[in-house]
Design a protein around this ligand. Sequence first.
Ligand SMILES: [Zn+2]
Length: 425
Amino acid sequence: MSALHEIYGWREFSHMTKRLYYDQPGLLKFESVVEETGTGSGGSPQEARPALILRESAFYPTSGGQIHDMGWVTVGGERVRVAEVVDAEDGRVVHYLEGPTKSAIAPGTPVRGEIDAERRRDHMQQHTGQHVLSAAFIELYQMTTVSFHMGDDYCSIDLSTPAITAAQVVGAEKRANEIVFENRPVTIRYVRRDEAEKLGLRKLPPAERDELRLIEVADFDLSACGGTHVNATGEIGAILLRKTEKTRQGTRVEFVCGGRAVASARRDYSTLTEAASLFSAKPVDVPEIIRKTFDVLKILHREKDEALEQLAGAMANADLAGLSGDRKIAVRVFSDHDVAFAKLFAQKAVRAGVGIIALVASTMIPPGVVFAQTPGATADMGALLREALAAVGGRGGGSRDFAQGGLPAGCDAEKLLREAATKIG
Ligand SMILES: [Zn+2]
């Protein structure tokens, strides 16, 4: 109910908090009286915080996509931070204080309220920017906005369209900024529902309200809304569209307005400049340089693989040349090559002739072992490896001709291979 309340702009009943921001969205200081006090959890159930309900308030409570104001109340001689403002189901506005007041506050105590101006301005920029952006998407592409989200860093709207092109994003952004540059007036008015139906609102609320609060961007957008808005579109500042993504219902478009647009452009520029300086290049050349770097990396990887294969082959041949007898058993522990290289070495060795067995290990992290024989030879590499590893607590296995496994840290690989070699009949 409270969300609908704000989106569709109810006028309050007498027992509700009088919302000063409805008619004076620029009001940042106000005088009022405490109607009720209490404690509540507000948005964070783990901590109970003192709460005040005032006769009237300029504090905007979270609703209709817009997040709440913060600020201060001066009550009973103390100035206390207002940490969160919530729209109660019954239309009262609840002000949660950052901490308890030193003395108890009785109903009837006068209160001075003060809105955090910077935060409020940011919210007005984002929210009015959203109205302009949503209207631009309708005007250009007939894409309607089904929801609006305002976060601490960025905002988003969900459009009822299965897809959006990059050109449409740029087009809507351009049109929205034109409306900003024209500095069109943004006005508030109240109409009866039957009048509203004839006015062609961007979105008509459900038929349960008699009176609607309308926000009008002159000759561009008219919608029912309870939020706080700037007086003219120029105050929105730049509207910058960011990421788009598919959602279950349609397409989400992230955007930032005003101060947030400047901050995010600054952040992007710093990131890009840092990336460019790593290449001693201009920011505009970064994508092309990264593309070329990937191409070079691909070639280097291929060349490295080829070189390692040649090295493994040459080392295997050299080891085999030093062995004599019918059955050649090459035993080799690598401390400066990984287990993938050990495997390469073993494969090269067993393919170099007939009846060759290679017992190879790498002590690089993670340490591993490879047993291989020329295909069809008479030993059983799988059984030999399992037996050798069982003695040291390693794991592995394989077939008659090829087996591999992992060695526990600190295992004497040289000894393990030598012992395995003596077991070959
Ligand atoms: Zn709105």
